[in-house]
Every structure is written in C-alpha cells, then in structure tokens.
Design a protein around this ligand. Structure first.
Ligand code: GLC
Length: 741
C-alpha cells in the first residue's frame, strides 16, 4: 500500500512540477521574442470606463496602445461583453499577449456580501471563504481575472474610513481571515473558470495612517511593523496569493511604492513571494508629491528597483522606463523579472490558450445573483450581525406582532446596504437588493400591520419628519428604528474626525423614546461609531453594518429569531474620538488604571472612563452560554512541547445558538513588554438548547513567540496567563502555565 502511495505522490508531484516548469519555459520563450517596448507594455495598467476608482485616467490613447502591445492590464472593465471587446484589441498586437482584467471585487460582484469588517464580525472562517468563493465565481463569469482583494490592513483607528474593507484591529483574527479570503478567491487552482487572482493589499501598514487620515504617513517601529501589521500579509503569501498591491503611505519616510525593504527584502526575499506587485492608483507618480523623487523618471526608477512590477495609472513606466533601461540605469534583469511575474500569471490563467475563456455571456447569465449565491449572501449577512443590547428581551420579535412601525432613513434605502466598494454594474439596477423594509414585509404574517416613516435624513439637520415618525410610532406595538452612515461615509478617502451618528438621527431616537414604546435600534455603518446617548438609554441595539444585497432578509431573520445573532466585534468601539487609538491588546504601562474610576496618577483620562464603549470580541445572543471544566494537559512545557487546553461550553438558554469562544494569553514578563492579553485562538461553536460540548486549543512555542528589537521571533521562559472569554473583557475561565528553558 505504502509503495502505491509513494508512486502516486511522486506522479502527482512530478506532474505539477512539470506543469510549472512548462509555464516557466513558455514565459522564457515569449520573453525572448519581446521588444523593450513590449516588455514595458506588460507593466502598464489603465482604467476602463465602467467605473472610476481614482483620480481620473490620464491616458486617452488606451485602445490604440493596447493594439500596439503597450498595455498589459486594464482595471474597471467589467462584463463578458466589454472584456471581450478589449481582449480583441490585444489580439491585434504583434505577440497577441492577452490583457489581465482587474477589479475591486471587495465583498461580492453582483451579489454583494457584508462589507469585510462586518464579515470579520462573524468570526466564521468558512462563511468568509464562501463569500470570497461566490464573489470569485460571479466575477470570473464576467470576464474578470483578478480582484484587488483581500484588503488585509490591520487598523486600530475607526476615524480611517477604510476600516470597512478590512478585518479590524487584531493581527491574529486578521491573519486567519486573510488566509480564508485568498483561498476563497483563488479556489482550488488558478486557471479554473471560477477562480480569480487574489491581491493582498495595501502593502504595508496603510491602516496605521497618523490621525486616521487616509493616505497619511505611517511612523512605526520595525518591530511593530512585524508584530502587528505584516502577519496578515504573510498569511496571504502562505495561502498562495497571486499578487500584492502596495500602499499610498510612506513608512517611516519611505513611500511603500518605492520601498525595497518591504517589497524586495521582505516580500520577494524573506517570504519568497513569486507573484507580482501592482502599485496602487497613481502611487508611483505620487512619490513626487511625497517629496521622495523629483520627477516621473526618478519615480519610475525608484519603483521598479524597489519591486513594484506594474504601474496602475501613473504613466511613469510608460514614459520613462525605456530611457532608464537604454541608459543602463535599470538593468534588463530587473525589467525581465517584473515581466516574467506578470506573464506567468497570464499563463496560469490559461489566457494564452484562450484569451476569451472568462468572457462568456452564457456563464455570466447563469452565475450572477443566482439563488445559490443569494442564499449564501443571506446566511453570511445574518452571521455578521452583532447584538449589542437586548435588555428587556424585546428580541426576537414575534411574527404575529399586530403593528410594527419601521422608522428611519435606512429602512427603504437600498444602495446603502451595498457599502462603499460595491460595483455599480451599469447593466443592473438595484431592484435586486433586498431593502430592510422588504425584508420585514416578507417576514411577518399577513395579519401584521406595517407602518413606515423616514423620520429624517442621514446627514442633515432637518427635523420636519419627526412628527410623522412619532405619530407612526404611537400606533405601533413595537418600533424598529434604522439609522447610520450613508454608503459613502466610510471607505476610501472617507476619514471622519467625528464618528458620531450623523445628522439628527440620534435626536430622532430621543423623541421616539418619549412615546414609551418598545424600540429596537439598528445601526448601519462601515465602521465603529460613537453613540453614547443611544447606548446608555436604549435597551435594544443591533449593529447591522452594511450587509449587502440580502441585508433586508438577513436583518429580518435576526429580528424575528430565524437566526440567533452570533457576531462579535472585530474592532473596539470607543466612547469618543479622544480615546483613539484604543485597542484591547495594549501594553499595561507602569501605571495601569485599576478600573474606570481610577484617576490617581494612572494612565487614564480625567474626563472619561478608561474602558471602551463596547470591547473587541463583544456580541450577545438570544441564549446564554456557560463555560466550565477548563483543563490543561500540562502546566509546564519546554519549547518542543505543547499544551492542550480544553473546556466545556453549555447552551444554558432555551434556543439554539452559536458562541465564539476566545482564547487570550498574556506573557507576564518578557524582554519586550507584552500586551495585557492577545487573541491566540477562537472557536465558533453551535449548540442546541441545553447542549454541552467540549472544545480545545493547542498552545505551543509558536503561539507564545514574539519579535524582539532585532526582528528575531523568540519565546522567553516564564509564566503565562490563559484567559478564555466570550469577549476580550468578559473572561469566563482562567489558568496559567510556565515555559521552561
Ligand atoms: C484605489 C484603492 C485600491 C483599489 C485601486 C483600484 O485607490 O486604494 O484599494 O484597489 O485604487 O481601484
């Protein structure tokens, strides 16, 4: 048997090796035929006209240049028809090198899923991978080869509008999610018709922008870069990410686009990344504005030498690379390496065999927004919802409720559920998006009377609608109020100095509270918001993010108990902007505050409690869970041993539910101070009412290792605390262990 297995393994391995070798050979053969202009052409990317995602395009001759082999990739060309048209132009070029079509498929193509930050709140890696899988299937059926996702930037600053695209503040959770998303987008194998190239972005540390102001500088230690911001990118490499996108920001004074330390030393060197790096929109040319180079020629030189393989929309390579190579300033080897990396992906996608294989209108018709995809979107959306308060147990609502008033500017506003990065498909109107109102209509019994009032706008001071809203509320048995941010209030270039609920929406809630009716608050946003009055005065609050095209159905599923909410916050919610940056895995300092009221010579604010409004990892359920029987297989280990941590979870309530059990560790004493707690494991477990299950985690040397100032990954002997929590603050069970030399 063993012999047969080894023969099988050898056969499979040698086939895969031969296939790869075959592609490398094809790349070399093609490279030899290419002129300098044609090589540079492969490094140029320009936007199509389906949608614009950056400062307007600057190359009016795109179509002509494609025919001349001077452009290798287009972004924002979508749909089987348009991609075919552009590909036909490329087939008129001398060497017929196919175009690569890229697009920001961030959380769904036509069927949109919750924004990534909301999906992170599900802590459900299978659901997150499924979401990316569906997005890839739909995009690939529309001629798209490559998505500019996953965005894996860790961020501790909710003023930064792009937190909506990521997985929140935690490196461990963000790394697991990065891995799942890459696997989801790329599927089993590149070249399959339901897979697209993934693109880990924005490399690197873009989420640490000073002041949470988009595109701003990043100034962090090398150790913080390795400890906090790089691991999700490494996870993307481990998952086989085909491409990376660098970031707009400078890192300690060197723009990422021209930063050979991160792109060559780390990504292509230490991590041995064999894909290619695309710049962000115009970021090569923006090094002039950074003050890092004096002109386009210097920008092109800095970028190509630093490992930026493809130039998105800056013209720097198009206008300067030929001269730089002819002058001998850019070695042919550098240019050829960039071209090889790009050609290899085009071969892997099978584009040389059939450049039109992804542009198939029949497949597109079958795939887009089909029932399998919308079902997945609805399930993932429900899992992403976070129940913040349910004090009077108003939820779940009865479907037989006599009269329900649904009030607020988000109730019938379809587009907002799509979020900032939804693809505005010209060929699709938004009727397929299920509004929150439609979701409610479909959910309740025919005997239920539904009343509606908008109440107010999202971001204006007009209160004229308050009276109607109050009238409607007074006629109802239950009032649901849906408020929040408009879809363009979070996202790229959408940093906010205040993250309060905009407009007069919170004042509307205050007026509705006076009716004395039971009120459920839904908060729709792309980021953590500040809403202290509502949080302190309203007993039932549900955070519904921007949940995608099935938002209405998913919200109704949760409100009426067809899905028991299981989401947990992937970011800390501050009491106000003055607390930012605020995150759970902070250091203790020499003067830690004992509690929220401790203000005597300790690290605190005199005008605010120290704790956040809602902590990382927090989320409620309609049921309750008991934690018990924490056991360690050992209390002492050396670096070659591991500890099995086991515990029991019981659903002590009356309805089935899911709990995200979180494992936090604390290294009590180390040569570099360690956080008061760090997430090192989680397990989302489903339990029927009354059911008990045992779960376990493994702790080993890797779990407790950290970077020292020499960027060595080390572990140090000593005591460690184990904390098992339902959130980063709600610690249910504790223990400790010791690492010995
Ligand atoms: C934008 C974004 C990037 C996106 C790219 C293409 O500026 O920073 O995330 O993928 O341009 O749209």
């Amino acid at each position: 048997m063993k012999k047969k297995l080894s023969i099988l393994f050898f056969t499979v391995f040698s086939f895969a090796f031969a296939q790869n070798n075959n592609i490398d050979q094809k790349v070399e053969n093609l490279l030899k035929q290419m002129t300098l202009e044609e090589k540079i052409g492969q490094l140029n990317q320009y936007t199509g006209d389906n949608t614009i995602t950056g400062p307007l395009t600057i190359n009016p001759n795109k179509k002509e240049e494609i025919k001349q082999g001077k452009i290798g990739s287009m972004l924002n060309v979508l749909g089987s028809e348009y991609t075919r048209q552009y590909q036909e132009l490329a087939m008129q070029s001398r060497l017929k090198i196919p175009l690569l079509f890229g697009l920001d498929v961030i959380h769904g193509y036509k069927t949109t899923f919750p924004i990534p930050l909301a999906e992170a709140a599900s802590w459900d890696l299978q659901a997150i991978e499924l979401s990316a899988r569906v997005a890839a299937r739909e995009a690939a059926s529309s001629g798209i080869h490559w998505t500019f996702a996953p965005m894996v930037d860790v961020s501790r600053d909710p003023r930064w509008g792009r937190v909506m695209e990521g997985a929140g503040e935690d490196t461990f959770l963000g790394s697991k999610i990065a891995y799942a998303r890459v696997k989801g987008f790329q599927g089993n194998k590149l070249g399959e018709l339901n897979s697209v190239l993934a693109c880990a972005k924005h490399f690197a540390a873009y989420g640490a922008a000073i002041g949470g102001r988009d595109y701003n500088s990043v100034d962090i230690s090398e150790r913080t870069l390795w400890e906090t911001y790089l691991p999700p990118f490494k996870a993307a490499v481990d998952a086989g990410a085909a491409t990376f996108m660098n970031s707009f920001n400078d890192i300690n004074g060197v723009p990422a686009t021209g930063n050979s330390h991160i792109q060559r030393d780390i990504l292509k060197g230490k991590w041995n990344f064999d894909g290619f790096v695309v710049s962000d929109w115009g970021s090569i040319g923006e090094m002039i504005a950074h003050g890092y180079v004096k002109d386009g020629k210097e920008a092109a030189f800095a970028a190509i030498m630093a490992g930026s393989d493809m130039d998105m929309e800056s013209n720097a390579y198009r206008n300067n690379l030929k001269q730089l190579v002819e002058e001998g300033k850019v070695p042919n080897s550098i240019l050829d390496d960039a071209v090889r990396r790009i050609l290899r992906k085009k071969f892997e996608l099978g584009l040389f065999d059939n450049p039109y294989r992804f542009s198939d209108s029949k497949r597109q018709q079958k795939e887009l927004n089909n029932s399998e995809n919308t079902k997945a979107a609805r399930e993932v959306a429900a899992k992403s919802i976070v129940l913040l308060k349910n004090e009077n147990k108003i939820l779940p609502l009865s479907k037989e409720t006599k009269t329900i008033a649904f009030i607020g500017p988000m109730v019938k506003f379809k587009r907002a559920n799509h979020g900032f990065w939804a693809i505005d498909l010209k060929d699709v109107d938004s009727t397929y998006i299920v509004s929150q109102w439609e979701g409610l209509q479909r959910k309740v019994s025919k005997n239920t009377k539904l009343l509606y009032a908008k109440g107010c706008g999202i971001n204006d001071s007009n209160k004229d609608g308050f009276k109607e809203a109050i009238d409607v509320a007074n006629q109802a048995d239950v009032v649901i109020v849906s408020i929040g941010e408009k879809h363009d209030m979070s996202g790229e270039a959408k940093s906010r100095s205040s993250i309060a609920i905009p407009g007069v929406q919170e004042e509307l809630i205050k007026e509705l509270q006076k009716t004395g009716k039971p009120i459920v608050i839904l908060i729709n946003a792309g980021r953590p918001l500040v809403f202290n009055w509502t949080a302190d005065n309203m007993p039932t609050i549900v955070y519904t993010w921007w949940l995608g095209s099935e938002a209405g159905n998913a919200i109704a599923d949760v409100l009426f108990g067809d899905y028991n909410p299981s989401g947990k916050l992937p970011m800390t919610f501050p009491r106000n902007e003055g607390q930012i940056p605020i995150y759970y895995n902070h250091y203790n300092t020499g003067r830690p505050a004992k509690d929220d009221n401790d203000k005597t010579y300790v690290s605190s604010y005199i005008d605010l409690p120290n704790s956040p409004k809602f902590p990382f990892g927090f989320g409620l359920s309609y049921t309750t869970f008991d934690y018990s029987d924490l056991k360690l297989s050992k209390n002492k280990i050396n670096r070659n041993e591991e500890i099995k941590v086991s515990l029991k979870i019981t659903n002590s309530g009356k309805i089935a539910g899911e709990e995200v059990v979180q494992l936090y560790l604390r290294d009590r004493v180390a040569s570099i101070v360690r956080p008061i707690k760090e997430l090192k494991g989680f397990n989302k477990i489903a339990l029927q009412a009354g059911e008990t299950k045992e779960i376990s985690f493994t702790i080993n040397n890797e779990t407790i290792s950290f970077y020292n100032n020499n960027i060595e990954l080390i572990s140090e002997a000593g005591e460690f605390d184990i904390m098992i929590g339902s959130s980063s603050e709600d610690i249910k069970l504790k223990s400790k262990f010791e690492l010995i030399d």
